[in-house]
Design a protein around this ligand. Structure first.
Ligand SMILES: [Zn+2]
Length: 476
């Protein structure tokens, strides 16, 4: 045990929701039981700058008196405010899988860089004496946070104290993502708590399917796509192959905006497979993102937790994220030099919704050429450049320039890493014959998705599922 656990006070089990309650960011849920205080996730709220900043600055969970944090996975909306928690006085252990610790270490340092840049921007805009010009946290906080991480591999029960034990199962959402099973004594009686984290999908490339777990007294489940059925992922390679061949024939560029964590590795994996099968035309592929390069090297260190298909492919190809013709670009100068190339190429760059990152430069230089193709992957939120491209607006406003949208726009669907209604139903149905669910709490979803999920889970629960609001607290 790394942290001095508080002495047990017989007080019953209580859960309080301090984030991702009726919304999809800022995941943070506090479990209190017999004097123990455990936080599930500590994500950043994302959205409008001022509102998010106010939410991220203030903790309601009393960081100095937490015994531990359990981290489900390394997406920023789940881990991004851990350095803020550290800054506010938290010094306990952060339990997560080994892959999550490695990915989170990259993500938190990157996030600290964004916070520092943000503070510099605000300082310029508001003047040095404005109170909000300090970064939310800095790189030092991120580094010290990473040192608190204690890793537990999938499938192993780990005693946090004689009366508290923890096991992670694969959530199949991103590398290292976990479903948490926590068993804790409540007034001398063992109680079982399950936290879904973000639940993945069955049949996604690279990742294993989400694991089924036994029922529990208290379930906290996400609900992002509880009201939707995703299109199947099987024809993505065929679609991608057609787009790249077409661009090569037209001597154009293929610009693929993609998130650095997860999507980029999936795309490179597909391209690598196409290369191995001789289906990729000989044009260069660039991954233009230092963050993607770092995360890809984490993937390479944790290939053992990826799916069975990949394990078979590793027998003949030791590196699924590299092939002749693929280059990872680190420097900004090299990135800018791509825009001077006249030969066709494929470029994958972040961000996925084209709001920031190097992809914006590629779009500025490439959107006006009818020989080019922009490939959008997945959801494009309202008011983003990605959404305007998806809507095929005749002109795009990029860095204060009007750029005509003449490039082809293609959408690759089916790569969502979140469970849909059918995946949830499959995962919940397993509880029916495996002790059922005492009480279920539905988080991390818009109200319509959460309400739809409540109906999917009803048949395995003793009581109707609850969709908590921010700060709501329940005795269980
Ligand atoms: Zn996630």
């Amino acid at each position: 045990m790394a942290a001095p656990w508080q002495s047990a006070i017989l007080s019953g089990m209580k859960i309080t929701f301090y984030g991702a309650a009726g919304e999809v960011t800022g995941s943070q849920h506090l479990l209190e039981c017999d004097g123990r205080r455990i936080l599930f996730d500590c994500g950043l709220f994302q959205g409008h700058r001022a509102e998010s900043r106010a939410k991220n600055e203030r903790f309601h969970c009393d960081p100095k008196h937490l015994d531990a944090v359990i981290l489900s996975h390394a997406h920023t909306d789940h881990c991004g405010n851990l350095p803020g928690l550290y800054k506010a006085g938290f010094r306990g252990p952060i339990f997560c899988t080994p892959a999550t610790a490695d990915v989170a270490s990259v993500m938190l340092r990157d996030s600290a860089g964004i916070q520092e840049e943000d503070a510099r921007y605000l300082r310029r805009k508001l003047g040095p004496h404005h109170p909000s010009v300090e970064p939310l946290y800095d790189e030092g906080h991120a580094e010290r946070t990473v040192k608190l991480m204690e890793t537990i591999s999938y499938g192993e029960w780990h005693y946090l104290a004689p009366d508290v034990k923890l096991r992670f199962s694969d959530a199949g959402h991103i590398l290292g993502s976990a479903i948490t099973e926590l068993e804790i004594q409540d007034k001398g009686e063992w109680k079982r708590v399950v936290f879904s984290g973000d639940l993945g999908r069955r049949g996604l490339p690279l990742l294993r399917d989400p694991q089924l777990v036994e029922g529990c007294d208290l379930l906290i489940t996400e609900s992002t796509y509880g009201d939707r059925i995703h299109p199947a992922a099987h024809d993505i390679e065929v679609h991608l192959e057609r787009i790249i061949h077409q661009a090569a024939e037209r001597r154009g560029r293929v610009i693929i905006p993609a998130f650095s964590l997860g999507r980029t590795q999936t795309l490179v994996y597909f391209l690598n497979r196409m290369f191995n099968e001789g289906r990729l035309p000989s044009i260069p592929v660039y991954v233009d993102s230092p963050l993607s390069l770092e995360i890809t090297s984490v993937y390479k260190r944790h290939l053992n937790v990826l799916d069975a298909q990949l394990q078979r492919e590793l027998q003949t190809d030791r590196d699924p994220f590299s092939f002749p013709g693929l280059r990872y670009i680190r420097s900004a100068a090299e990135s800018a030099s791509l825009n001077r190339l006249t030969d066709p190429f494929v470029v994958i760059a972040s961000s996925g919704m084209c709001e920031s990152g190097r992809v914006v430069h590629h779009l500025k230089h490439g959107a006006g050429d009818p020989n080019n193709t922009i490939v959008l992957i997945g959801f494009q939120a309202a008011h983003t450049l990605g959404r305007r491209i998806q809507e095929r607006r005749p002109y795009l406003r990029i860095f204060d320039h009007e750029v005509p949208l003449k490039a082809d726009v293609e959408a690759l669907s089916g790569l969502s890493a979140h469970a849909d209604a059918e995946d949830f139903k499959w995962w919940f149905d397993h509880f029916a014959n495996n002790r059922g669910i005492g009480r279920a709490f539905i988080v991390h979803g818009e109200p319509t998705a959460a309400t739809a999920l409540a109906q999917l889970i009803d048949h395995v629960c003793d009581e109707p599922a609850i969709i908590p609001g921010f700060g709501d607290s329940f005795e269980v």
